[in-house]
Design a protein around this ligand. Structure first.
Ligand code: SF4
Length: 373
C-alpha cells in the first residue's frame, strides 16, 4: 500500500484551488468573491434537503420571482407558498420555511442572523443548514457536513465510523481540516467534489484534487466507505383514495390536517393509511363510510370502480393507494363545506403533493376494472 505523500494540512488549499477553477454554476451561487444574499442561501439549502440540484433549480427561480425577499415571502399567504412548493416533497419543509420567514421578518427586520446558534433557533434549520448558511452567506468558519462531505471525509481519512451513529466522529475529522478563511467556498467545493467526483459508486479518483492525500484511494478500497449500518426494511401501509368526479368533470379535493404527513396540502380524500397491504372488506367499508360522510348515500356498489394500486415511498414507509373512481349523477350533491371542486386543468392552483399527482396520472391512464363490493 502506497502511503499518502502530502500532509493533510494541504487538504483545504487543494480543495479551494480546485474550486477556483471548477466550481459549478448554480442559480444561488455567487462566484469570484461577490456578496451572497443570505435569503438565497437559506432558500436553496432548505430546498436541497433530500432533493437534487436539477429538481431544485426551477423551484428556486420560481420562489425568487414570486417573492424576491424574505419579507415578501413572509407576507405571502401560506397557501400560495404550499402551492408553489407542490412537487418538491417533504412538505414540512415548506411550512417551516414559511414560519422561518415570518420570524426573520418580525424578529430580525428581514435580516438573517449570522451566528450558527441564532440560526439554529429558527424553524426548519438544523445543524447542517445552520453551518451551511453561516459559512456560505456570512463566511464564518463553520464545519459543514452533508452526505457528500461525509463521503469524502470518511474516504480521505479511511474512517471506519459507521453511519449514522458515527457522524460525530466524521464531523470531528471534517472540523480538523476546515479552513478559517473562505469556509463557504470550501464547503461548496466539497459539495461539488462529492457530487461530481467522489460519487457513491465509481468515484473518479484520477480527477480528484486530494487523491494524493486520500487513504482509501491508496488502499484501493474506496468502495466500502463510508460504512453504513444495515438498513431496516420499510413497513407497508395502504388505503383507498377516492377520485370523486361530478357531472361537470370537476374533482373533489380537501385539505389535509395541518399536522402530520403532507400537512396542509390538498388531497383526493382517502381512508386511514393502515399498516397493511391487503385491500380488504374493512377498508372498503371505510371507503363507503367516507362517501357517506360527504352525504353520498347512494350505493357505491355499481358505480365505484377500483384501479391498480399506486406505490409511493415516504421516508419511513411504503404507501399503497388503491384509487376508487366515483362518478356522481347530475343531481347528486356533496354535503360538505370543507371540500373544493376543481377541474384537472386547475390543479396547478392547488398545493397537490406528488402522491396526489400520481393518483391523477393513474386515473388518467388506467381503466376502471373492479366494482366496489
Ligand atoms: S481520491 Fe477518490 S475516494 Fe478519495 S476523495 Fe478523491 S474521489 Fe473520493
Amino acid at each position: 500500500m502506497k502511503k499518502p505523500h502530502q500532509k493533510m494540512s494541504k487538504f483545504p488549499e487543494l480543495i479551494l484551488n480546485w474550486y477556483d477553477q471548477h466550481a459549478r454554476d448554480l442559480p444561488w451561487r455567487v462566484k469570484g468573491g461577490g456578496s451572497v444574499d443570505p435569503y438565497h442561501v437559506w432558500l436553496s439549502e432548505i430546498m436541497l434537503q433530500q432533493t437534487t440540484v436539477p429538481t431544485v433549480g426551477p423551484y428556486f427561480q420560481k420562489f425568487l420571482s414570486l417573492w424576491p425577499t424574505v419579507n415578501d415571502l413572509a407576507l405571502a399567504p401560506l397557501d400560495d407558498v404550499l402551492t408553489a412548493w407542490a412537487g418538491l416533497g417533504y412538505y414540512a419543509r415548506a411550512r417551516n420555511l414559511y414560519k422561518c420567514a415570518v420570524i426573520v421578518r418580525q424578529n430580525y427586520g428581514g435580516i438573517f442572523p449570522k451566528s450558527e446558534d441564532a440560526l439554529l433557533e429558527l424553524p426548519g434549520i438544523g445543524p447542517y443548514t445552520a453551518a451551511a448558511i453561516a459559512a456560505i452567506a456570512f463566511d464564518q468558519p463553520a464545519v459543514v457536513v452533508d452526505g457528500n462531505i461525509e463521503r469524502i471525509i470518511t474516504r480521505v481519512f479511511r474512517l471506519d465510523a459507521e453511519l449514522p451513529k458515527g457522524r460525530p466522529e466524521i464531523a470531528a475529522a471534517a472540523g480538523g481540516v476546515t479552513p478559517k478563511l473562505r469556509a463557504g467556498d470550501y464547503a461548496q467545493a466539497l459539495m461539488d467534489i462529492g457530487s461530481r467526483i467522489c460519487s457513491p459508486k465509481k468515484p473518479k479518483c484520477n480527477d480528484c484534487p486530494v487523491s494524493d492525500l486520500c487513504v482509501c484511494a491508496h488502499a484501493d478500497d474506496v468502495g466500502i466507505y463510508p460504512k453504513k449500518a444495515p438498513k431496516k426494511q420499510k413497513p407497508n401501509r395502504s388505503a383507498i383514495v377516492l377520485w370523486i368526479c361530478n357531472a361537470q368533470g370537476q374533482l373533489l379535493l380537501r385539505r389535509r390536517p395541518e399536522k402530520g404527513l403532507l400537512g396542509g396540502m390538498m388531497e383526493f380524500p382517502s381512508t386511514e393509511w393502515r399498516t397493511d397491504v391487503v385491500l380488504d372488506g374493512a377498508m372498503r367499508g371505510e371507503a363507503s363510510e367516507l362517501l357517506q360522510n360527504f352525504g353520498l348515500s347512494r350505493s357505491a356498489d355499481t358505480e365505484v370502480s377500483c384501479l391498480k394500486p399506486i406505490k409511493h415511498t415516504f421516508t419511513h414507509f411504503h404507501l399503497h393507494l388503491h384509487p376508487y373512481v366515483v362518478t356522481l349523477e347530475p343531481d347528486e350533491q356533496v354535503m360538505s363545506n370543507e371540500v373544493v371542486w376543481a377541474l384537472p386543468t386547475e390543479f396547478t392552483e392547488y398545493a397537490l403533493p406528488t402522491l396526489m399527482k400520481k393518483v391523477e396520472k393513474a386515473v388518467a391512464v388506467d381503466q376502471p376494472v373492479l366494482p366496489l363490493i
